[in-house]
Write a new protein. Sequence first.
Length: 157
Amino acid sequence: MIVREMEAKDLPECAEVFQQTFSSPPWNEAWSLSDSTRRLDYFFNSQAASGYIAISNANQQISDTDRIIGFILGQAEPFQNSDLFHIREFCVLPEYQNQGAGHILLKTLEGSLKPASISAIYLLTDKKLPAAGFYQNNGYGQNNNLTLYSKSQISGK
């Protein structure tokens, strides 16, 4: 596996990975390819965005048969005297999960943020899904001081 910084040319394949991952259990969400592309394009092109992709590869040389198997994407945001980093999207294809790709992507991102003035990394995930255990195993904890509030159907659709 090779990990490298995400580039604009990777977005179409990342959108496919996103769609395949979140359309599978345990999420079972109905993502279209166009919605997946629109979401990732928005985050990738936002100010202070940063991301990495994992490419399946046996010989450590990139070739035409290699494919993106996962990615992590987020953005830095100003906060008081330092910055925070918000992981917006992070996924690994189901057939590559629990094999270390997610851990490597997360550690690569964390390593890239050390020279910056990032004081913390945060993300949102469903606490009942296996992803919550993944984050806990990688040193992330729940913030008991914050609660997510939401309101549905404000657009009248």
